[in-house]
Design a binder for this molecule. Structure first.
Ligand code: ZN
Length: 134
């Protein structure tokens, strides 16, 4: 497994439009590619920052994982995503090491990336996403 870089940091917000008043209007970062990921009941917008990005996450349903996260912990950093060169290989390697995963198989996230989450119990509370982009 090769971790190439921090791909993005996911931030849970109640309203992307509202938080853009900070990121776009105050910091001057233009959002790219607003997208709804139906499967995860989430709307996302990416903010490129150098070689990494900030992923804004807004729930499209009160039952979605982002809505539940905000209910429990409030708005804020929700996950950290590492770019890997081969996600299937990385998941296989983690499984062989006995590591707890949320996703045994990659699924498709925003921008067509292949993603998988590791279990936060095994990473001291940090939700880590692996992400492969072609
Ligand atoms: Zn993400």
């Amino acid at each position: 497994m090769k971790i190439e870089k921090i791909d993005h940091i996911g931030i849970a917000v109640k309203s992307i439009d509202e938080i853009l008043e900070f990121y776009r209007d105050v910091l001057g970062i233009e959002p790219v590619g607003e997208e709804i990921v139906e499967e995860q009941k989430v709307k996302t917008a990416f903010l490129p920052v150098g070689d990494s990005e900030i992923e804004l996450l807004e729930s499209t349903s009160p039952e979605g994982p982002i809505a539940r996260f905000i209910e429990k912990k409030g708005e804020g950093i929700q996950h950290l995503a590492f770019r890997v060169d081969n996600i299937e290989k990385a998941l296989k390697e983690l499984k062989e090491k006995g590591f707890r995963l949320i996703d045994e198989k990659p699924r498709y996230g925003a921008g067509g990336a292949k993603i998988a989450f590791l279990h936060p119990k095994a990473t001291k509370g940090v939700l880590i996403e692996l992400c492969e982009r072609s």
